[in-house]
Design a protein around this ligand. Structure first.
Ligand SMILES: [Zn+2]
Ligand SMILES: [Zn+2]
Ligand SMILES: [Zn+2]
Ligand SMILES: [Zn+2]
Length: 314
């Protein structure tokens, strides 16, 4: 399925993670510089903000982008000193998304079931990058690898790609085959986006970052109110504490947090977007998600009620 084109007021610039990290560190400076360049070129289109996802950065503008604006943005990004311009693709207007699935891929692509190497979405990205049938195709989100059924040893891979409104890119892919090791995978059309979105601001499921209603951000690692990239600075787990036994040392600047994470959704010990999270595993199962959230609401109501009772006893 191909969605109708949205506003065209966004452009995605696909690039590698290292570039994304470096670019996003100075995103507000980049907004100012880009707007200076656009104004100098007499453009009425200006940049409102820039956000990132695992595949690239998205520049969101006040008006529909023209090709001349795209050139200015591309030139600016590729000429940045700390950005590896060979790892930056050309900007793509966010037009339509097409939903596809890939079938015929085993859960353990390396053969033996004993091997721990299950197929991951990174594997799929690498396969897609190498394969010529995916030339000029840009993924709109990370591929999702889901077992055909709980007991099956085969998977379905769901991919979303950026497309033109006619869905021409998807049509060019449907029914094409390619190798995954010794297996032959086939691209098929998917009827709709069966996946539930996960907000990249508060990490809850069911809405996107554009309709997130919380003030501020939640951390993907510890669920506290700070941005994930500032976890080591703001997260309590990375602060020194002499009062506990053994005392905890402060996490050194620039080093990753070595502590246990806490998932905002299931309270498990993993990042909120971990593929081991039951919410992720059920990301195509709306019923499961609804049931789970209503359970959580009920439990919360119960514990508030209990706390209330405790207070009246005193
Ligand atoms: Zn949110
Ligand atoms: Zn944190
Ligand atoms: Zn920590
Ligand atoms: Zn979880």
């Amino acid at each position: 399925m191909t969605t109708k084109g949205p506003s065209r007021k966004q452009v995605i610039i696909p690039m590698v993670k290292d570039n994304i990290d470096k670019f996003m560190k100075n995103s507000s400076i980049h907004v100012t510089n880009l707007n200076r360049n656009l104004r100098n070129a007499m453009s009425e289109v200006l940049v409102d903000f820039i956000c990132s996802d695992p595949l690239g950065i998205t520049v969101v503008t006040n008006k529909v982008l023209l090709n001349s604006n795209l050139l200015i943005i591309e030139k600016y990004v590729k000429n940045l000193e700390n950005i590896d311009s060979t790892q930056v693709k050309s900007p793509q207007l966010l037009q339509s998304k097409s939903y596809l699935k890939i079938i015929g891929i085993p859960y353990y692509p390396h053969g033996s079931c004993n091997s721990q190497e299950r197929l991951s979405s990174n594997d799929i990205e690498a396969i897609i990058k190498k394969n010529q049938i995916f030339d000029n195709i840009t993924l709109a989100s990370k591929p999702r690898v889901i077992k055909v059924s709980p007991k099956s040893d085969m998977v379905i891979v769901w991919i979303n790609i950026w497309d033109v409104q006619s869905g021409a890119k998807a049509k060019g892919l449907i029914n094409r085959c390619f190798n995954v090791g010794r297996f032959i995978a086939t691209v098929r059309m998917a009827n709709a986006n069966p996946g539930i979105p996960q907000c990249k601001n508060c990490w809850k499921w069911g809405h996107s970052i554009f309709s997130c209603r919380i003030q501020g951000s939640k951390c993907i690692k510890c669920n506290e109110p700070h941005k994930s990239e500032n976890h080591c600075e703001f997260g309590w787990c990375c602060k020194a504490n002499n009062k506990i036994n053994p005392p905890r040392l402060e996490t050194k600047k620039g080093e990753p947090c070595p502590h246990t994470f806490k998932c905002t959704n299931c309270r498990g010990k993993h990042q909120a977007d971990s593929i081991t999270c039951p919410f992720w595993k059920n990301c195509f199962n709306r019923e499961w998600h609804q049931k789970k959230y209503s359970e959580i609401c009920e439990n919360r109501a119960k514990s508030i009620h209990l706390a209330g009772n405790e207070n009246t006893k005193q």
